[in-house]
Every structure is written in structure tokens, then in C-alpha cells.
Design a protein around this ligand. Structure first.
Ligand SMILES: C[S@@+](CC[C@H](N)C(=O)[O-])C[C@H]1O[C@@H](n2cnc3c(N)ncnc32)[C@H](O)[C@@H]1O
Length: 472
């Protein structure tokens, strides 16, 4: 989409960023920013009056110059890796949108590299699997995939995305649970007199008390309206009666996330719950809104959607193995988890995006799911969590942690295997990480990240390091 690029003429660009037109021409000539025509297509030569630059790219470039990184890398932004024209529905296609996840990369980025550097049937490992983007994309391209993540909930998301389903049965189950919760929701909202007429035979008496007795979590009691809480607890109680329990957990979790007592514009990083029914100025909708007071609306929104998405992926997926391992990548014994089918084969390559220093608490972002399902949390084993900050000490710990991961897994990678690491390396830590892990950086690709689904729209730059194993 052209809007994403924020196309401007050279004069306009110069005026906005406080440079001269001559400066802007110079950046173009040195390949620091790209040339576009009015339609947002990359061009080599502009016809008269047609030349445009992207304000977003220009701002990223200038911010890099400011912090001195641009000089260090001696590289411009890779024109194909910005994916500016990719519509939202493509970036979040089929199972990639089964559950929100802060900090995931887009499947097209994975595809770009896997396609160029690996053959079908290759074995690809992601030691920081997150929500499983590498696994889904790799599987779609006929590759065996292995993913490791410390967070049990992230492993559940990845498992649900990559599981093989009888799609008709899965759909029937999802819609049946939705229907049952909807009936319960009607019961909650009608007056006793109406309920007597509508549910003469239903055993609803005492149900609410018994559901609430199953919920000891202060978090759940304070972040959800009373009706929302009852609906989600009822859904949770139904899950054990079905075959696709993990899938149902993900539908419920996604609905619960959107049903918290929080402003519509702050789903990713809410600070505190709002009082039930309190109006607030909504930056997303540009009007006064009230926080949602039920869960069934979102259950309805995500039920059919989930069934459609797994069916779509079912038509694209391959039958290659997908292995998901929950654990700490610094110490996991990979050989113990190898599926039989891979036998003694070594891993062909790695495609991964480690946590960045002090950016995200990966367990905390899904706290609602941990509280609802009681998954065991492993926060203390997260590398580079937000709560540890970005101090020099935190950076050193991070470097040691990431290097430990690679030292642990590289023995399972082919001697000439290729390792791709996607990182926002603003502290310039990866050269040292590579050295400590016994790898060398062969190439760096730089890409502008102008649009993110979960983290706001401030553009930043990301590096894809391509590394090889050092041979002693
Ligand atoms: C940037 S995210 C990966 C996102 C992923 N590329 C995606 O598209 O969903 C980094 C992941 O590393 C995981 N992680 C952090 N410390 C870890 C550790 N010690 N072992 C394994 N995984 C860890 C986090 O739980 C998080 O899911």
C-alpha cells in the first residue's frame, strides 16, 4: 500500500526532515534510501516529475545516522525486505492470526530466506520459536521444522497452528461450544421470569456459584467484568468434553484477551483494568467507548474465523514433521527430541528471532492465559526480559544467554549449515554473540519495519544476520 510508504517529493522530504533537496539526492545516490514512482513502485530511473521517496525510510535512515549505526553497517535498506505493499491480511494469513503475539515476524520474511537458501525436505530449527511463524512457513514449503520455546503458552499457540486436523470435526466442535456458551450467556442476561420460560428444563441453578468457586485468580476477578468472567469460566469447563482441546483453548484465550476491561487501543500492553461501564476517550475509534462486558461477542468473532483459518492452512500444508519442544534453548538436549523420521540427519539451517534486550516479557504478555489455564510459568528462564532492563549489565547477560543457546544447538547443525538471526541490534551485540558461539557473520541484510500489527507504528530498522559455523 502506498500509504505505508508515505511517498513524498524530494522537496517535500527535505522540508519535513530539515535537510536540503541536495542532501536527499545524495542519500538516493549512495543507495541509503530507495527511489519510487508515484505509484509506490521501486524504480531505477525516474521520468520527469515522477520521483518520490518514502518518508518512513528516510526517517529510519536519519535516526540510524544519529545513533551512529549507519556508518557501522555501511549498508542501505534492502528494497525487497520492507514488504511495504503487502496488505495486512497477507501478513496475518491463515493460521498466523490464530492468536495475537507481541514480537512475531511476518511469514513473508521467513519465506524470502527459506526459498533462497534451503531446499524442500531440509530441516529448519527455530530455537526462539515464539508463536511458530518459522514452523508454519517452513512446513508450507515442504521442510521439516523444529521449534523450541521457554514459554508453555507460546508452545501451545505454535502447536495449535501446526497440528493436523479433521477440519470438519474441529469446526463442529468449535461451533458447538460457541452455541452452548451463547445459551449460557442468554441465561445470564435475561430476567428470572424470562429464564423460567426459556430454560424450564435447564439445570442452571447454582451454576454461577460453582463456576466462580473454580476461579481463585485475583487477576481474572479484577481484569474482567462479572458476566465476562462467568462466560469464560463456562467455556473452560466445556473444553474437556471435546477432542480438539488445545484448539478450543486457543479460541477461548484469544476471546479472553480481547474481553479484558481495557481500552480498545491498548490490547497489547494494558497497564490496569478500567472500571466496568466507565467511558473513556478511545484513540482507536475516535469517540467515547466503554470497556467490553462480555466474552461471547469475541467467542463468536473468533470461532468461525479459527475454523476457516485452520481449513485454509490444511490445504497448503505439507506432511513434513513438525517438532515443538518446550524448554530452555540453552540446555535442551536436542538429540532426545529428534523425531524418529529424522534419524541421524543434521539440521540444515536456523531461522530465528531471539528476544531483544529489555523489550518484552514473553510470559507476561499472555498473563490472562496463564491465569485461566494454570500453565506453569518459566519467566526466570527468559533471556533478555523487559523487567531486567537494557543496562550494560543486562546487555552482558543477554549476550552470554544467546551465545549459550547457539553453543548448545550448533553441534546438531551441518558444518556448512546457514544460520539466520533477525535482530534489532541497536546495541551492536551480535558480532560478540557470533564470536562467543563459534560463528562468523557472512552477510547482513537490513530491512525497514514500518508497520507492525501489535506494537504501534513507529518505524525501526531490523538486521537479518546470515552466519556460518567457524571451523577450527
Ligand atoms: C522474538 S520472540 C520469537 C517470535 C517468533 N519469531 C514468532 O514469529 O512468533 C522470542 C521468543 O524467545 C523465547 N525465549 C526467551 N528466552 C528463551 C530461552 N531461554 N529458551 C527458549 N526460548 C526463549 C520467548 O519466549 C519468545 O517467545
Amino acid at each position: 500500500m502506498i500509504d505505508d510508504l508515505e511517498l513524498v517529493t524530494l522537496d517535500e522530504a527535505a522540508q519535513i526532515v530539515g535537510k536540503t533537496t541536495h542532501n536527499i539526492r545524495d542519500y538516493i545516490q549512495r543507495g541509503r534510501i530507495n527511489k519510487y514512482n508515484k505509484n509506490g513502485e521501486l524504480i531505477l530511473k525516474a521520468s520527469n516529475g515522477d520521483l518520490r521517496v518514502s518518508l518512513k525510510e528516510l526517517k529510519i535512515f536519519l535516526s540510524l545516522v544519529e545513533i551512529g549505526e549507519e556508518k557501522h553497517h555501511h549498508a542501505g535498506l534492502h528494497p525487497e525486505l520492507g514488504f511495504y505493499n503487502l496488505p495486512e491480511h497477507q501478513r496475518t494469513k491463515h493460521v498466523h492470526r490464530l492468536h495475537p503475539y507481541l514480537g512475531k515476524f511476518i511469514p513473508q520474511l521467513v519465506e524470502w530466506f527459506l526459498q533462497r537458501y534451503f531446499m524442500p525436505d531440509a530441516i529448519i530449527l527455530d530455537p526462539f520459536m515464539g508463536s511458530g511463524t518459522t514452523l508454519v512457513q517452513g512446513n508450507e514449503m515442504g521442510m521439516h521444522t523444529i521449534g523450541i520455546d521457554i514459554s508453555p503458552f507460546n508452545c501451545l499457540i505454535a502447536k495449535v497452528k501446526t497440528d493436523k486436523y479433521n477440519c470438519e470435526k474441529a469446526r463442529t466442535e468449535i461451533l458447538e461450544v460457541e452455541r452452548r456458551v451463547k445459551t449460557f450467556s442468554q441465561y445470564l442476561t435475561h430476567s428470572p421470569a424470562v429464564n423460567l420460560l426459556l430454560f424450564p428444563d435447564e439445570k442452571m441453578e447454582g451454576l454461577q456459584e460453582s463456576l466462580l468457586s473454580e476461579c481463585q485468580s485475583d487477576y481474572l476477578h479484577s481484569w474482567f467484568a462479572p458476566r465476562t468472567l462467568l462466560e469464560m469460566l463456562y467455556y473452560r469447563r466445556l473444553i474437556p468434553h471435546y477432542y480438539y482441546q488445545d484448539l478450543l483453548k486457543i479460541v477461548l484465550s484469544r476471546a479472553v484477551r480481547s474481553s479484558r476491561l481495557i481500552p480498545h487501543y491498548d490490547l497489547a500492553t494494558p497497564k490496569a483494568p478500567l472500571p466496568v461501564g466507565e467511558q473513556y476517550w478511545c484513540r482507536k475509534h475516535n469517540r467515547f467507548c466503554t470497556p467490553i462486558d462480555n466474552c461471547i461477542e469475541k467467542i463468536h468473532a473468533y470461532s468461525e474465523d479459527t475454523a476457516r483459518r485452520i481449513t485454509e492452512f490444511d490445504g497448503l500444508r505439507s506432511d513434513k514433521t513438525v517438532t515443538i519442544i518446550q524448554g530452555d534453548s540453552r540446555s535442551i538436549q536436542l538429540n532426545e527430541h529428534y523425531p524418529d523420521v529424522l534419524g541421524n540427519r543434521l539440521i540444515d539451517g536456523i531461522f530465528t528471532s531471539p528476544p531483544y534486550v529489555g523489550q518484552i516479557d514473553y510470559h507476561d504478555q499472555h498473563i490472562y492465559a496463564y491465569e485461566l489455564f494454570g500453565f506453569p510459568r518459566q519467566d526466570e528462564s527468559e533471556i533478555g526480559p523487559k523487567k531486567s532492563g537494557k543496562s550494560k549489565l543486562a546487555q552482558n547477560k543477554y549476550v552470554e544467554g544467546i551465545a549459550e543457546v547457539f553453543r548448545n544447538i550448533l553441534p546438531f547443525v551441518k558444518p556448512d549449515g546457514t544460520i539466520f538471526i533477525v535482530a534489532n541490534d541497536r546495541f551492536d551485540l551480535y558480532p560478540e554473540i557470533a564470536r562467543l558461539s563459534g560463528m562468523f557473520i557472512q552477510e547482513e541484510f537490513h530491512r525497514a519495519v514500518t508497520k507492525r500489527t501489535e506494537q504501534g507504528n513507529d518505524p525501526y530498522q531490523e538486521t537479518i544476520f546470515m552466519l556460518k559455523k567457524e571451523h577450527k
